[in-house]
Design a protein around this ligand. Structure first.
Ligand code: AGP
Length: 606
């Protein structure tokens, strides 16, 4: 998730107008930044690795001359943060410049084709191919807008683009397909950006661009066309009443709530992990004698869930380990037949990096799953995958949990396919459920009203317990962590079967016990555990399949979730209500869910 902005001014210096917009989009990405403007018919570009303010100090982006230009603040997905990979990207003759947010899935074959026809590509990004495709169309005699329209028809994936071209220096061509893009109609000129906050201090007259549309923006006009047939679409602006801070949260009260509601998008992005990287990782896993999944906190819970899936789907025994215990517990067993798969959204967690370095020194293969391209974990990994969730501002991990788990499940499926231990039917069922996952998560989010009621009813409770079985032990642990770190309640979590070996002594009249109870292979046993808790007077809050009857009849409160979710994917759907419960409990207790006490977003000390 990057931030793009484009500005067409009637007068003034566009460099500073673009810079101002980018500063309001920094929450979308901040590992590299750049701008391109057209002045005296020339393309002027400044870009580099680093945060917006750092690059401004170094390059004075805001001084770029001209009346028209584009800008970008990056969250790397393809190609680590560097000056070459920073946007804008240009064509061979530096006459076309492009900024992009999203993922172009077929960039590799298009890149090969362009290189075969003599184009020189300078970066490792998927984005740069767009500049060269437009260049090729221009060379064939098409005008700028038609060149862009033909070029984007060749792209697969998600993209929001803003493009300028010296041949028609008064125009910005913007394109939207499954990545957000909005237009701002101003008095001093017109704007285009990934999000409203970018230009809200200049204008609150907004037009939303829909998927499959192109906008041709000049300083005094905006024209919207359909990509497919080029037909013009008339759409009136609407007025936005938000202030900039509220807009950055796109109307949500906190970043955490915004990020919980972003999960259909971040899960979809994660579900688009390139098969090339999954196969590379699965190949390493296949060759290994010992496989460890190493992480901390929420990332460890994703690993725990994945360990169940590796065992049930890929018939592989992998060991999930809390990173700070890894070296003490397994340090001496690591060798060059060992794979350590480390998971870290920040890619900078000291405990995880220390475990990885120790294993690497003993010859282990390091695989990494992270949300931060260019992070230490990517540099230590033999193969790594970016989960592409975009920056997570809330300290409590939410969208990064569901995204990293979505990547892990795809890795399990790739390993099962490689080991030929999964039937074609099962593969098809899992792949269809994966493609449906964004919808399933959206349905789960619709339970928010119900969860607010439950939070109100249990706000005075001094403790909670979360129980799950099988793969949803991980979900129960994650639910507990969210409530604990945000409401500061000493919440407890257990594998439900283990609860009768100790925890049950804590249960008394009206003690709240949350059960993660999908209708999977653990269903009958979890009914037994519910009965045990009810017999001691517990208040039962259950997350159930919408078709459920038996658990519903035993529960005081139920949250109904979509049916037909394969067990291996259920943590992604069943964790969402627990994230919302923790959020609403925290808000009702007057805590700031974005910055809980004593915690840091990335724990860089051991
Ligand atoms: C989760 O909400 C916490 N922020 C924390 O437990 C976190 O998951 C842990 O510190 C690991 O962080 P990482 O994924 O960046 O390595």
């Amino acid at each position: 998730m990057c931030g793009i902005s484009a500005v067409a001014l009637k007068e003034g210096t566009v460099g500073s107008a673009i810079y101002d917009c980018l500063t309001k989009l920094e929450y979308r990405g901040y590992d590299s930044v750049g701008e391109a403007t057209i002045s005296n018919g020339e393309l002027m570009i400044k870009k580099d690795k680093g945060k917006i303010a750092e690059v401004e100090n170094e390059l004075q982006l805001s001084q770029l001359p001209g009346l028209i230009g584009i800008g970008h603040t990056r969250w790397a997905t393809h190609g680590a943060p560097s000056k070459e990979n920073a946007h804008p990207h240009t064509d061979c003759k530096s006459t076309v410049a492009v900024v992009h947010n999203g993922i172009i899935e077929n960039f590799l074959p298009l890149r090969e084709e362009l290189e075969m026809t003599g184009h020189i590509l300078r970066s490792k990004t998927d984005t740069e191919i767009v500049a060269h495709l437009v260049e090729a169309e221009l060379r064939s005699g098409k005008n700028f807008v038609e060149s862009v329209r033909s070029a984007v028809k060749r792209l697969d994936g998600a993209y929001a683009l803003a493009i300028i071209c010296t041949a028609e220096p008064d125009k910005i061509v913007c394109v939207r397909k499954e990545s957000p893009l909005v237009l701002g109609i101003g008095k001093d000129g017109n704007y285009c950006a990934s999000d409203i906050p970018a230009f809200l201090s200049k204008t609150n007259r907004v037009i939303l661009l829909e998927d499959g549309e192109i906008a041709v923006v000049t300083s005094n006009s905006v024209k919207i066309l359909n990509i497919e047939d080029g037909i013009e679409i008339i759409r009136e602006p609407f007025i936005v009443e938000w202030n900039v801070e509220r807009a950055a949260k796109t109307g949500y009260a906190h970043f955490m709530l915004k990020e919980i509601h972003e999960q259909p998008l971040s899960v979809r992005n994660a579900a688009r992990t390139h098969s090339m990287f999954l196969d590379l990782m699965a190949g390493e896993i296949m060759r290994a004698k010992k496989i460890f999944l190493v992480a901390c906190g929420t990332s460890y819970h994703a690993c725990l869930g994945a360990a169940y899936a590796f065992s049930t789907l890929a018939k592989l025994s992998v060991t999930p380990v809390v990173a700070s215990e890894f070296t003490d517990m397994y340090g001496g067993l690591i060798d060059n037949a060992t794979v350590v798969l480390a998971v870290s959204q920040s890619g900078e967690t000291a405990d995880t990096l220390s475990a990885v370095r120790g294993a690497k020194d003993r010859g282990a293969i390091i695989l990494g799953i992270t949300n931060a391209m260019g992070s230490s974990l990517t540099r230590l990994s033999n193969v790594y995958i970016g989960q592409n969730s975009g920056p997570e501002m809330g300290v409590a991990a939410t969208k990064t949990f569901t995204a990293q788990y979505t990547v892990l499940v795809q890795l399990v499926i790739a390993s099962a396919r490689k080991r030929q231990v999964i039937t074609k039917q099962e593969l098809e069922r899992l792949e269809s459920a994966l493609s449906q996952l964004p919808n399933s998560v959206s349905l789960s989010l619709l339970q928010e009203g119900r969860i607010i009621q439950i939070a109100e009813r249990f706000i005075d409770k001094s403790s909670f317990c979360f129980l799950g079985r099988g793969i949803n032990v991980a979900t129960a642990l994650e639910g507990r962590l969210k409530l604990l770190e945000l409401s500061y309640l000493p919440a407890i979590a257990y594998p439900a079967g283990e609860s009768k070996h100790g925890f049950i002594s804590v249960v008394e009249q009206d003690y709240p016990v949350v059960f993660v109870a999908p209708r999977d292979e653990t269903y009958t046993k979890i009914i037994g555990n519910i009965m045990e808790m009810k017999a001691r007077g517990a208040r039962i809050i259950s997350l159930v399949d919408e078709q459920d009857k038996d658990v519903v009849n035993l529960s005081d409160e139920t949250i109904k979730l979509p049916s037909g979710i394969p067990s291996a994917l259920s943590p992604i759907v069943y964790v969402v209500p627990l994230q919302l419960l923790a959020y609403h409990m925290a808000v009702k207790k007057g805590n700031n869910p974005d910055f809980p006490r004593n915690l840091a977003k990335s724990v860089t000390v051991q």
